[in-house]
Design a protein. Structure first.
Length: 321
């Protein structure tokens, strides 16, 4: 009998524990309805103190704790710049901080200096008239985890169906509600300088890569030009008439230069021998012509001398006889 009572007591305690957990989850927003809508923003222009981080979004809890410890009565804000479904967790960028003032109100200098003392930076967001937004209960710490798993899938489906472009996504913790806001206008004004610097770094890396590629292309172009020169040299070697200009002697290999020099020397020697033969032939012809002329002159002189040596016959007068 005592064992039965002990078992019944244990079962009662387990049932009570389960009911308590279920009630806690319901109170935290387990069955809260998520209504996504498009309209004006629930907040006006704000001035905030923030810290920038790059890494998994799940590691943002320490920044929330630090920000809330400095200004426990201030509303906390977080801005997530990347879609974790498309960007690796290590490269996701976000900021966490506190809202120092809203609208025309100016933040106190003491509060600004206090946050700056702990490494926070000051920035301002404009008022936006068109946003995609929803709210979720913020009653316990479990509300944060339930909101992440329930709100964002609903928001993404809403945006996809209506083909909207809302970014970046903000979470504002105010009172017993979490405001999820995605601006549809003035989106660039919600990007802090650190995000822009993080965007420039990949561009610089791409520029260096492009520079490396260009250098490689230059070296390959030099190689290609060398191949082109070699191919041109081979084509010139196979052709009958050389097409290599005299200003580019270095493109011909040394062996080819030697062959060309030997062929040129052979041609020059043969041409010189032909010239000598021509000169000798012309000299012999001149000598023969001179000899013939001399012979002709000698014959004429002999003939003239013969004519002068013959006696001259004179006629006698018959009257003298």
């Amino acid at each position: 009998m005592s064992d039965f009572l002990l078992l019944a007591l244990i079962l009662l305690l387990l049932l009570t524990l389960l009911l308590s957990l279920l009630g806690f989850a319901l109170y935290s927003g387990l069955c809260a309805k998520v209504n996504v809508r498009t309209g004006s923003s629930p907040i006006r222009n704000i001035i905030l103190a923030y810290k920038f981080k790059q890494g998994p979004y799940k590691d943002c809890g320490s920044l929330f704790t630090e920000s809330c410890s400095i200004g426990p009565k201030l509303s906390c804000i977080a801005v997530y710049y990347d879609d974790p479904n498309q960007v690796p967790p290590a490269k996701c960028r976000y900021i966490v901080g506190s809202i120092l003032s809203e609208g025309e109100e100016k933040p106190s200098e003491e509060l600004v200096l206090l946050y700056q003392k702990y490494g926070f930076k000051i920035f301002s967001f404009p008022e936006v008239t068109h946003v995609v937004m929803t709210t979720f209960p913020f009653t316990t710490f479990l509300s944060i985890f339930l909101a992440v798993y329930r709100v964002y899938p609903t928001i993404y489906s809403y945006i996809k169906e209506r083909k909207l472009c809302a970014h970046p996504w903000m979470e504002i913790y105010r009172g017993d509600l979490i405001y999820f806001i995605g601006p549809l206008a003035k989106q660039g004004d919600f990007y802090v300088p650190e995000v822009e610097e993080a965007n420039r770094k990949p561009e610089e890396d791409d520029t260096e890569d492009r520079h490396t590629d260009i250098t490689g292309a230059d070296s390959s172009s030099d190689t290609a030009s060398t191949y082109t020169q070699e191919a041109a040299t081979e084509s010139r070697e196979t052709s009958v008439t050389p097409s290599l200009p005299p200003s580019l002697p270095g493109l011909v290999p040394e062996e080819d230069n030697g062959q060309d020099q030997r062929s040129r020397s052979t041609e020059s020697s043969s041409s010189s021998s032909f010239e000598e033969l021509n000169l000798e032939g012309s000299e012999e012809m001149e000598k023969s012509e001179v000899t013939q002329l001399e012979a002709g002159v000698g014959k004429d002189q002999e003939a003239a001398s013969q004519k002068t040596s013959e006696p001259i016959e004179t006629e006698t007068d018959p009257c003298e006889e």
